[in-house]
Design a protein around this ligand. Structure first.
Ligand code: NAD
Ligand code: UD1
Length: 336
């Protein structure tokens, strides 16, 4: 089966592309490289010994996107491409709405013109906002609190409407919790074009000497050690979640929503201490103010994905730190 992977050069897209190639799929990647480098694709081909086709195309460029579909006999699409920095989305909401929503509209309308209706979409746990209780189930109320989260929420609604208008569509919305870690080879990992804002890459940068000190955003949350709790999921487990989802929806078409998380939360201090143990480096940190928009506790109930996809996570927090550290220490400047 030939798959189109939008955003396939990016962090989660590259790990998923690698697993899909290994599983025997033919892969076409579309990415405008606004937050990634083509080197990730070169390394994936090196690691798998298989080749893929790459188009440096922007989803906002309908004409060139159409050409990709005209040239390639694509059967299904996994749609990762999007902007994802929460803080930036608050400052540049129009860019976020335009890129994420118009990009998805272009993609879906071209898919429809070519009679391709199988789509897996990268959503986020951010659509739940601040949940009343944890663990979070898929049917919890949605209440995103920033423009980035609202693009995910709106795209989810658009895809639901699309499915309701024509049941030949076959769609899965995957709500990721906190993806971290890197491929076990240490050859592919996260390398954003701007400074990262997420905890694990920031810890790794302090460990490798690229950052001097980590600020822990608040230690007065109602959690055992006062710091925020999140459901960190190894990016390779997340990647295999996409393979399992594809198997499921190809066999049993419909409209599906799945939480992809481990079901276990770790506090900021627990993550720091796991990373210190693995890397043998002291992570210098200071306690700062709470970050605006942060919530105390967020972790998944992944039971639906476990049951319906026959998927479960394999890696624990120590594996995530080991693989993150290997990637960071072997590639201190990312793919450069
Ligand atoms: P990423 O930035 O590494 O990858 C996204 C890729 O999309 C990049 O390679 C970028 O160049 C490309 N892209 C962006 N806009 C594009 C456009 N208009 N046309 C073509 N390519 C475009 O991000 P990621 O962490 O791999 O995330 C992948 C998806 O998962 C995103 O949709 C993101 O919102 C979602 N997600 C990520 C996380 C996370 O923590 N990383 C959590 C939840 C959801
Ligand atoms: C953030 C986004 C979320 C997005 C997710 C994955 C916000 C408010 N939320 O989630 O929408 O889906 O990334 O991309 O940005 N922390 C520190 N110091 C730091 C960085 C983080 O203490 O320098 C803490 C945070 O307060 C939080 C935890 O570490 O408790 C995890 O933070 P982060 O990795 O940014 O993920 P989220 O905030 O869960």
């Amino acid at each position: 089966m030939k798959l189109l992977i939008t955003g396939g050069a990016g962090y989660i897209g590259s790990h998923t592309t690698l697993e899909l190639l290994n599983a025997g799929y033919e892969i076409v990647v579309v990415d405008n490289l606004c937050n990634s480098k083509e080197e990730s694709l070169r390394r994936i081909q090196q690691l798998t010994g298989k080749s893929l086709v790459f188009y440096n195309v922007d989803l906002l460029d309908r004409k060139n996107l159409d050409t990709v579909f005209a040239r390639e006999s694509i059967e299904s699409v996994i749609h990762f491409a999007g902007l994802k920095a929460v803080g930036e989305s608050v400052k540049m909401p129009l860019d976020y709405y335009y890129n994420n929503i118009t990009g998805t509209l272009n993609l879906c309308s071209i898919m429809s013109n070519y009679d391709i209706r199988t789509l897996i979409f990268s959503s986020s746990a951010t659509v739940y906002g601040d949940p009343h209780t944890v663990p979070i189930k898929e049917d919890f109320p949605l209440n995103p609190t920033n423009p980035y989260g609202r693009t995910k929420f709106m795209i989810e609604e658009i895809l639901k409407d699309l499915y309701n208008s024509d049941n030949r569509w076959n769609i899965a919305l995957l709500r990721y919790f906190n993806p971290v870690g890197a491929h076990g080879s240490g050859r592919i990992g996260e390398d954003p074009n701007s400074t990262p804002n997420n905890l694990m890459p920031l810890i790794a940068q302090v460990a490798v000497g690229r950052g001097s000190i980590l600020t822990v955003y608040g230690n007065d949350y109602p959690t055992p050690d006062g710091t925020g709790i999140r459901d960190y999921i190894h990016v390779v487990d997340l990647a295999t979640g996409h393979l399992k989802t594809l198997n499921k929806i190809v066999k049993d078409p419909g409209f599906y929503i799945y939480n992809l998380g481990t079901g276990r939360g770790f506090s900021v201090l627990e993550v720091i201490s796991a990373f210190e143990e693995i890397s043998g480096k002291k992570i210098k940190y200071t306690i700062g103010e709470r970050r605006s928009g942060d919530i105390a506790i967020c972790y998944a109930d992944p039971a639906r994905a476990n049951r319906e996809l026959s998927w479960k996570t394999y890696f624990g927090i120590n594996d995530m730190c080991v693989d993150m550290w290997r990637w960071q220490s072997l590639n201190p400047n990312g793919y450069e």
